[in-house]
Design a protein around this ligand. Sequence first.
Ligand code: FAD
Length: 482
Amino acid sequence: MVLFQRDLRLADNPALAAASASGLPVVPAYIWSPEEEHPEPGGASRWWLHHSLSSLCEGLRRAGSPLVLRRGPLAEAVTTLCRETGTVTVHLSAPADPFGAANVRALTSALLSLGIEVRTHPAPLLHEPDTLLTRSGTPFRVFSPFWRALLASAPPSAPLPPPDALRPPAARPLSFALEELGILPAHPWHVKLDRWWSPGEQGARRLLSRLGSGVLTRYSTGRDLPAEDGTSRLSPHLRFGEASPRQVWAAALEAVARTDEAVPFLRQLAWREFAHHLLWHSPRMLESPLNPAFEAFPWGEDQTALEAWKAGRTGYPIVDAGLRQLWETGWMHNRVRMLVGSFLVKDLLLPWQEGARWFWDTLVDACPASNSLGWQWVAGCGPDAAPFFRIFNPVVQGERFDPRGEYVRRWVPELRGLPDSLVHHPWDAPHPPKAYPAPIIDHAFARQRALGALRTCSSKRSQFGPVVSRGSSRYNGSERAG
Ligand code: FAD
């Protein structure tokens, strides 16, 4: 049996390749058990998963052994299916996060007690999350040395081809129809996501095949400009394992051989590795600041401001454009993720966990590791994070990264009539568009308030350790505040 989890593909899938090479019948299985995931999948992830499984069903049917869909609990469902099919070995990819690992440990002991062998294959990462360590044998807390260690380690092996054909079991096991699992969210919000994405291995392969001749020829210059199609958009495909990191790394290396523009892309893949490394060693980072001094931070609780932020109605164009892009497409440009995050945490003084929860529900690439690292980085409470006192000015940042206002006009139609010179501060127009809200907070006031809050928290430093760190690794492009 092959148990699919976050590796929903046929190519470069070591678990599937090993099961196929065994010569025994292959029973591919997926168990839907959202209550056992931590956190439970959000709405956008459920939409993606449904379509990704649909694509996997089709791929496996063509390969000769259709996917069996069952409901959890995981250990119960897998042991039952093993009994029904006379399975002697279960192949699976190692989980990349500590919560999945706990589920797999419980599953493994249940299977071993029945005399069923469990063979675990590499996790959906370039390196297992616990293999890279500092010279003193401790986990990394800073990105740059982690990156150097990753470059110095054995290079990822070449991706595997998909199996030619799978030998099916003599009798087809009972399976739910995909629709019967009820994975799609109840709220019909997801219907519009069809316009933007092609979940599944084929969609991932299309993006991968264009990577070297497309975005990577201009990645270093284009990736920071949200109006451009300057990044790969591979994140949801990586999240669901429709593309493996080895495949993406190999495609990127080919591009690097042709142009330096592609070099920073490898580094971004390493941030994904770093996020998993951190979460593996500090599972509490999902909910708690990694710098414990921030436990004492005096966060506000203005629910009206939070709702305005979620709806993209803060009155700051670049912030609203990002949040509306997220609501419309289930994705947001990385540069803008940093800006909307900074606005929530520093201008509105709302806890980063609120932002992380919203992203978790609405992002198609929602990933526990990268999401919590991103939010802790923005809030200044993660390891190697942007210091809290660097506060992005949304007008200056908008003018810098969207100088002609194209991104803002695309997502905030109320501002389409404004000239470039006013599009990032419409309140200065002689007749500001009536349909667009005035700023919900004055940035200069908010900045001073945030610094004041930081000082109260810093005064507790003797108890908790320093709140203000000196600098941070480049997270994605330049992080100068302004
Ligand atoms: P590209 O620029 O093409 O990068 C290639 C790949 O590298 C990405 O697909 C992704 O897997 C990885 N990557 C790039 N940047 C980062 C990064 N900063 N951290 C970790 N991995 C990175 N990424 C997620 O995949 N899931 C999340 O839930 C998530 N939440 C975030 C929350 C915040 C507040 C912030 C600031 C960032 C978050 N990111 C998250 C990281 C980043 O924004 C996305 O990975 C990136 O925008 C995806 O677009 P892309 O595939 O076009 O990226």
